[in-house]
Structures are given as structure tokens and as C-alpha cells.
Ligand binder design. Sequence first.
Ligand SMILES: [Zn+2]
Length: 456
Amino acid sequence: MQPGLFCLHLHTTNPFSIMRPVLLFLLTIISLTGLAQPKDTWVIRVGKLYDAQNKLFLANQTLVVVNGVIQAVGPQVAKPAGAKQLDMSRYTVTPGLIDMHTHLLIHQKQTKDGLEVASKVPADQRVERGLRFARQYIEAGITTVRDLGNSGQYLDVRLQKLLSKSGNLTIYVSGPILSPPGGQFGKLFPADSFVINQEYRVVKGPADAREAVLEHVRQGINVIKVCMNTDNRVLAPDEIEAIVKTARDNGITVTAHATYDESARDAVLAGVSGIEHGYALSDTTLELMAQRGTYLVPTDASRRLAARLVAGIGMVGKEADDYANSFLNGVHDRLRRAVAKGVTIVSGSDYYLDVAGVGQGQGAVDVVLAYHEAGIPVSEVLQYATYKAAKALGVSDKLGSISKGMQADLVFFEGDLETDFAQALTQVKMVFKRGTPVFSKVAPVSRKKPVGGSRK
Ligand SMILES: [Zn+2]
């Protein structure tokens, strides 16, 4: 299936984007921000711990966190005097999850006028809403995101500055997507064409491509996102080469939106670090990616989310089932072939739609379930959203795993994430950011059986 074929919307990747009226879903939360300072020392007993570097679940572990940093992990550890004690023996702990493909500054209904509505929201409102969405990511267990455009003209840099003060979500930003003429669209009504310059940086030749990267660097972005193809328009090989070289000279990596195989191959040959979506990747291109160490960000959906999205575009019955199955079979096949060829997989949701009953954080965390449904073990899909993502960001020395010296970004899922993945993934009950609890719904006392049994 070719996603985006029938879409007329701001971001033409998602195949579920023409829609019906929608209800907003509101989460009741308990914020513990400010309750504890990073200088606190914690001793936390957990039922299970996900070891992201080794792709293992370890039972009955104890963590010591001092000044926001993990000091010790193991079945038996020395407990510092005066530490705050936390019994999380009914919970599974993972490193804070990382979503490598978000759009915090766009929110689009699945309606025919979704583009028009989404693109006319004033900049200040987009930033305020982005702060609310950031909170939803935290509540879903995502503590770091990489935001890849559709963020106006550097509204993502503004949002990053605001979030850096709050101490909650960490956000890496791309600025406007570098694209061929016309932005990332199929046909646009003339009245909507303002969106191209509002949301994209159109590239006109290799010299202009270099200038576009330098503009972004001056604005303080962390990564360059390019749109390699949209309909029949593509970035030319000399343009993508100029982008990658200029970015590299400035210590920045490039990731490429590529839904066509040929465009993805051009991007890989030019030296991009990652391919976003890659729905139509051939075995030849996957082999090239494996050889060159180019990662793939599969922006897929689980069966349960796909059903919601298909309902949102007005399909019912057999038509809906066929559409969802066609999408799921396609992305599962692509992911399994990528894994079999040895391509590095990094988790990214690309969830920016306004769908009834599915908040931004929930929709984002769903993508790891999607990978599991393709037949990939739980212990591996969690690595895509932790250690592998941190490596792709160049920060695996402080994020993405739970071991001595790492920043204490931690998520506590009620239940056993290893054996009851789909259920436990939705049961985030506590989140630590830099050693501080920033979200908690933990019941004070429990007599239930600990997670993980007697295994040591
Ligand atoms: Zn996207």
C-alpha cells in the first residue's frame, strides 16, 4: 500500500488522515513536579528491570539514585543512609522511552479541512499546546523526543527553550523540513499554498541547500530533516549531498523522510544517518542501509490504533478491516525484512493526529506495540525506544539504559512488561526525570504478589 495517496493534509505521511469530527480525550494526572529535588537520594526496589544494553529483563533489582544519576543497580546494593525508599516490587522499570519522530507543534483532525484548520492556528497557541502535549508524553513514559518539523518557522526551538526550564520532557529539534519545491504535499488548493512557506524550507539547487542548512544551524537546531520525495517531486542527488556535507561539517546529522525506494536509496548513498517511514524499501536498499549503518525509523501503528484510525476516516465493516490489514501486512513485512537484513531500528511514532480517545502520549507509545505485533520480541522492541534511540541521538553515555552513571530517567509500568506487554505498556504509574518524580499514580500500599517471581 502506498500511504498518503488520498491525503490532502499538512503532513502527507500518515495513511489515516481524512477524517470525522473528534472528541478530545482528557487525562487526569497527578503531578509531583517540585515534590522532590534532584539532590534527593532514592533507594527503589523493583519487580523487574529492563536492561536495555543487553536486551534482558532482570527480576528483583534495587536501584540507587543520587543527585539525578544512577549510582548502583543489582539484586543486593549498599543503601545510603537517609535515602527515600520506594517499594515498586509490583512494577517493571525501563529507561525513559525515546520517541525519535514527533510533531509537537501540529495537531490535525482526520477531516477534509484538517490542513486548513491545523495550519491557521496562531504560533503562540501552537507553542502552548506543544507544552500540554509534552506533558502527555511524560505521562505515557516518554521522557525524550526528537521533533521533526511541521513546527512553523522554528517554533520548535522556542518550545525547546520553554521545556528546558520545566525539567520534564527533553526535546531535540529539526526546524523547518528541507524539501523540494511545493513542500510535502500532493495537490493543494490555492488558498492553502501559504502553508508551504509557513512550514517548510524549500531548497532550490545545491548552493541554496548549503545555505538552508547554515540557516538552521544558526537557529540552534539539533538535527536536519529532509523530505526526499513527495508525489513526483524529489530532492536531487546534488542537493541531498550538499545538505549532508554541510550538516556534517557543522557536527549535525541528517534524517530523511523517504517513502519511495529510489528516494531512500539516494539519501542513503548521500550519507544520511536515518530513513523515516521507508514503507517501500526494497531488499537491496535495506542491505545498503545495513552496510552503511543507516537506521530506519518505522512509523507504524498497532492493530488497535489502526482500527481507530480507519474508523476515523469513515470506513466500517469489511472495507475497514481490509484497509487496516493491507497497511499492517505491508509495514510488518518491511520491518521483518529490515531486521533480517541487520538494519538498525529506532523507534518513532509520527503520531500527530487528533483521534477520539487517543491522547498524544498514548498514540506515540503505541508504536513499540506495533513493532511487537510484527513478530519482534518485547526485549528487542524496547531497545529500539531506549538504547538504540539514544545511540542514534549520540547520547547513549547518559540516556537509554539503566546502569551506573546514567541519568535517572525512569518509567515504572504496573505489572509485567515482559509477559503482558500490550496491557502493561498502558499502565505507566510513575515517571522519574533526572532523578525527580515528575508523574505518579502509585497506590500507597499493596499486598499483591511481586512481579517476576523468585528469579534472581
Ligand atoms: Zn512526520
